[in-house]
Design a binder for this molecule. Structure first.
Ligand SMILES: O=C(O)C1=C[C@@H](OP(=O)(O)O)[C@@H](O)[C@H](O)C1
Ligand SMILES: C=C(OP(=O)(O)O)C(=O)O
Length: 431
């Protein structure tokens, strides 16, 4: 993709972002193992979620995909999946492979799961270990840490597991397996990660209780299919929130965005940096909080983030780095090692590409240091997305503040989480 820029751009108007990726994946997974029909509205038709649908179709679930972002899943109950004819393919989706591993751990058949080159580099030992403790037989490549994974599920027992990382994918794999276990399962995480699995299991009639960073799941005989409305993804909204903040004179409303507190770190941090962001029309839909977000361009100042804030904005850190380039003073992003094992090494990727555009940013062992400058003028450059959707869209936001031509290599990877990103951006750009 090429963005030409010669004068200051402004963002104006209203938009909606596509459905939440985490909630869309979970709706397909829980809908498939629930009894009865689950109707999902506002489903994210991104490549990752479509791969989740394909995996469940391979296991005999009838799933109808409409052209209005509606998906209908004809669930077959906890014991209704059948062995697929061949390996399951998750594409680029870490959420699919890790959460699906939890469900497969409880199935009485053997199955192999694999994905693209990026998936084969991402650590899987983090789900293999607890699922083995529950009784599943799982093996993987490279000392049982990498895909393809082969899982022979069966009878599981509940465990008490202290997770070394605040990862919703690890927690969710265990929670999904716990639906098949004898006895209760207790998971403790160092910091709270997104809790959509807990919320949705309960919404489907399961029994999950949350006490601080501890989650207690009791086995159930069945869960029931339901109607689910998926809110807009705050991780997708983040690109437009940052663009509106850094483009002088901008004013934007983003409608119907999920504002689950385990996901709103990006809003809190940008507000703390001086961003004028208002969260309005708050309401609850299908047990998830939803709101409209109003953003006005604002002078920003540098900040420090780390600890419990990191899992609450894990996928927004690359675009936060773009915002921080235009803030006065330095920004330090600490405790963000996890970014090294996403679709790309996001610390290296965002750092090297923003530097090509003239940004003052350095990678450090556990994060980033950004040397903000409120008078910064980036310059257009040829930059690489690393085929990572979050990197591609963060660079597109930076390109709106660059002078000259920016070419982003491999931009089509945005389809993983935000099909139509370019058109939405063009709709609100007032040039
Ligand atoms: O559970 C989920 O839906 C996700 C959890 C996060 O990953 P980790 O659990 O690896 O932190 C996040 O980065 C990913 O985009 C989606
Ligand atoms: C890390 C991400 O997703 P996943 O882990 O599902 O590949 C993401 O969407 O930024």
């Amino acid at each position: 993709m090429i963005i030409h820029n010669c004068e200051q751009k402004i963002i104006k108007g209203e938009l909606q972002v596509p459905g939440d990726k985490s909630i869309s994946h979970r709706a397909v997974m829980l809908g498939s193992i629930a009894n009865g029909t689950t109707v999902v509205k506002g489903f994210l038709m991104g490549d990752d979620c479509l791969n989740t649908i394909a995996c469940f179709k391979e296991m005999g679930i009838d799933i109808e995909v409409g052209d209005d972002n509606r998906v209908i899943i004809h669930g077959k109950g906890l014991k209704g999946l059948k062995a697929p004819a061949g390996p399951l393919y998750v594409g680029n989706s870490g959420t699919t492979i890790r959460l699906l591993s939890g469900i497969l751990a409880g199935q009485p058949f053997k199955v192999t799961i694999t994905g693209d080159q990026s998936i084969k580099r991402r650590p899987m030992g983090r789900v293999i270990e607890p699922l083995r403790l529950m009784g599943a037989r799982i093996s993987g490549e490279g000392g049982d840490n990498f895909a393809p994974l082969t899982i022979k599920g069966g009878k599981l027992k509940g465990i008490t597991y202290k997770s070394p990382i605040a990862s919703a994918q690890v927690k969710s794999a265990i929670l999904l397996a716990s639906l098949y276990a004898d006895g209760q399962t207790v998971i403790e995480e160092p910091y709270k990660s997104r809790d959509h699995t807990e919320t949705m299991i309960n919404y489907f009639g399961g029994m999950v209780k949350v006490e601080g960073n501890k989650i207690i799941s009791k086995p159930v005989d069945r869960i029931e299919g339901r109607e689910i409305w998926v809110p807009g993804d705050i991780s997708s909204a983040a690109f437009f929130i940052v663009a509106a903040l850094i483009l002088d004179g901008s004013e934007l409303i983003i409608r119907n965005v999920g504002i689950n507190p385990t996901r709103t770190g990006i809003i809190e941090v940008l507000q703390e940096m001086g961003g004028r962001i208002e969260v309005i029309n708050k309401r609850m839909i299908c047990n998830e909080p939803v709101a409209d977000i109003r953003v006005c361009s604002s002078p920003l100042k540098g900040t420090v983030i780390g600890g419990e804030m990191v899992p609450r904005m894990i996928d927004e850190i690359p675009v936060l780095a773009v915002a921080a380039l235009f803030a006065s003073g330095r920004t330090y992003i600490n405790d963000a090692h996890e970014l090294k094992v996403k679709e790309s090494n996001r610390l290296t990727a965002i750092c090297s590409e923003l530097r090509k555009m003239g940004g003052g940013i350095r990678e450090k062992e556990d994060g980033l240091t950004i040397y903000g400058d409120n008078k910064l003028k980036l310059k257009g450059a040829v930059v690489d997305s690393y085929r990572d959707h979050r990197i591609a869209m963060s660079l597109a936001v930076a390109a709106l503040k660059a002078c000259g031509k920016t070419e982003i290599i491999g931009f089509d990877c945005v389809d993983i989480s935000f099909p139509g990103f370019y058109d939405v951006m063009m709709k609100v750009l007032d040039v």
